[in-house]
Design a protein around this ligand. Sequence first.
Ligand code: SF4
Ligand code: SF4
Length: 102
Amino acid sequence: MALTITSECINCDVCEPECPNQAISMGETIYVIDPAKCTECVGHFDEPQCVQVCPVECIPVDPDHVETREQLMSKYFGLQVQAARPAPVEMVPAPLDQIVPE
Ligand code: SF4
Ligand code: SF4
């Protein structure tokens, strides 16, 4: 399963930098976890790193995103491939000599 952050979150900012998958970000009012990126830390660590550091224990498993360890490992490999892929051409900045000053 991916994990989720409950409304008890106190926005302490501690978990976000600990996530090896960049799955945690600031939402509208509290931090949120992107289930497409959360592998429960499978592939990186033995234990979910966000759970380890959260001072108020507000990061349970997300019952809406039930996944086996094999599925989490597969997600991990998918994320690794995505990270290694070159940026799409439109996102590559133009060489400096092609940038026309305004
Ligand atoms: Fe990130 Fe791991 Fe927490 Fe999932 S369990 S949000 S991958 S730190
Ligand atoms: Fe919220 Fe816990 Fe993350 Fe702190 S560590 S921002 S309380 S989820």
